[in-house]
Write a protein that binds this ligand. Structure first.
Ligand code: SF4
Length: 469
């Protein structure tokens, strides 16, 4: 785990003052080695946010552990995208009551998209009186203040304002990895897809200034990162409405110009904002991975309209064709929702036919989960969960067949692979291709972090290969 240098950040001075005071306060309360447990649910944006929470907590002197029962400070960074993830959070919060019976000094905080919803905050306020701090997605930088106030005897804290127009920069960070890292370029979303809770819990789109992004990218490359993923709910609309004259295609060209051997990835793209200019930039920039994650959600134009997605099946397929024309070996992945309210089996068959046509490398598939406060949650939804489950399994079976065929077609071909992890046995390492396929191969553990040419020799449950260079 790398901890960025404390001194060089211009972090909001009042928060820095709280951090300094917490350094002695936590020792007085918890002893010499205060322990924090940060539990992260949901998407990469949350993982990235948690790296900032850990950065601030590190500076306060906390050590990190994975077991909440042993921690002095527990932070649940939650997700609101699916109902069952929320149920798990309520379950985990419930268990902390027992820990607090034994050690009443434990501080429990809940943040992230789930906590941002007012009905959730209200439920926590009423039914979980031992939750100390609840704060929203735009108040990340105020964690030191909240923790200080609560630890010095203040009342419970509920802060959910979503009004920050400015992005707070230079929040300390403690990254989880040393080779692969997240680099947020924007926050929030303006699209209001009818099933999605994100615009309500993360607020409107706000792009970071390119100077800040480029500085962070340079710093990551200097620190040895080899695979940098640019993050945003809709990266393709980067820079819209900003006073700097730069769109996403321009931004990746700038990052590509940074010296060093590393890969650039990005997620998530929205088909309505994915331009030919971006695809040209992907083709031209040698550091940009040959991978496009382009969620299409449904193959039926009728359902896409109901979802408020602002593209149709034809436009989506044209985009895929344009991407493959420019980058023939591009790996395309996508997200699909099965059983959107009002979807019929005929609509679903349109999804199946699109999957067959595009032959995605992999898919993230979900059964529709209603989210309180979204337009789709009040739409008629006559199809039973059981029926949707059958459709879902049909989709999985089709994608499984395609993914196997795709993988087998790689046998005999050579790919540039970033050796990024240890394999299942000594002498085996694993890594990822530019298209983000996972490969195992024989290699020395010293090769971790190197780009290697690997010839694919076999496929069973995953690709395996041998080093050719
Ligand atoms: S683009 Fe649509 S699905 Fe994606 S975050 Fe925005 S509203 Fe949600």
């Amino acid at each position: 785990m790398q901890i960025s240098n404390f001194e060089k950040y211009v972090f909001p001075p009042e928060q820095m003052a709280y951090i300094k005071q917490l350094k002695s306060l936590t020792r007085r309360i918890y002893g010499d080695n205060p322990k924090a447990c940060v539990v992260t649910y949901g998407c990469q944006q949350n993982v990235s946010d948690s790296e900032h929470y850990k950065g601030m907590l590190s500076l306060m002197g906390f050590e990190f552990i994975n077991e909440p029962s042993q921690a002095d400070f527990i932070l649940y960074n939650t997700c609101a995208v699916r109902g069952h993830a929320e149920d798990r959070v309520y379950g985990n919060i419930g268990v902390v009551k027992n820990y607090k019976r034994k050690r009443e000094n434990i501080i429990l905080a809940v943040c992230g998209c789930m906590a941002q919803q007012s009905h959730v905050a209200e439920r926590i306020r009423k039914s979980y009186p031992y939750v100390d701090i609840v704060f929203g997605t735009q108040l990340q930088h105020r964690l030191p203040e909240f923790l200080y106030k609560r630890l010095s005897g203040g009342g419970r804290i509920f802060e959910l304002s979503l009004e920050n127009k400015e992005i707070v920069e230079d929040i300390p960070i403690s990254r989880d990895g040393e080779l692969k890292g997240w680099l947020p370029i924007m926050y929030g979303c303006n699209n209001f897809c009818t099933y999605c809770i994100v615009p309500y819990v993360r607020g409107r789109e706000r792009s970071r200034h390119p100077v800040k992004i480029l500085a962070e990218a340079r710093e990551m490359v200097k620190a040895g990162f080899k695979d940098i993923t640019l993050l945003g709910q809709n990266v393709n609309s980067y820079g819209k409405g900003c006073d700097f004259n730069m769109d996403f295609a321009d931004l990746i060209r700038e990052i590509n110009n940074i010296e060093g051997d590393f890969r650039i990835r990005f997620m998530t793209s929205h088909p309505k904002d994915c331009t030919l200019k971006l695809l040209d930039a992907m083709r031209d920039c040698e550091k940009v991975a040959h991978h496009l994650h382009l969620p299409f959600q449904s193959g039926s134009d009728r359902i896409l309209k109901q979802m408020n997605r602002h593209y149709d099946r034809k436009t989506y397929l044209e985009l895929i064709e344009a991407a493959r024309e420019r980058i023939p070996d591009i790996s395309i992945t996508s997200d699909i929702i099965v059983g959107f309210p009002g979807e019929t089996y005929d609509d679903f068959k349109e999804t199946l036919s699109l999957v067959e046509k595009v032959r995605f490398s992999s898919l993230f598939t979900f059964i529709y989960s209603p989210r309180e406060g979204t337009p789709a949650s009040v739409m008629d939804d006559p199809i039973s969960r059981e029926e949707k489950g059958k459709w879902f399994n049909e989709l999985l079976a089709l994608q499984d067949k395609i993914a196997k065929e795709n993988s087998k077609s790689f046998i005999g071909k050579t790919f540039r692979v970033l050796c990024d992890d240890y394999g299942k046995a000594p002498g085996i390492m694993s890594g990822h291709t530019s298209g983000n396929c996972s490969v195992e191969f024989e290699a020395d553990k010293n090769m971790l972090g190197e780009f290697l040419d690997i010839e694919i020799t076999d496929y069973t449950n995953m690709l395996s290969g041998k080093i050719v260079k």
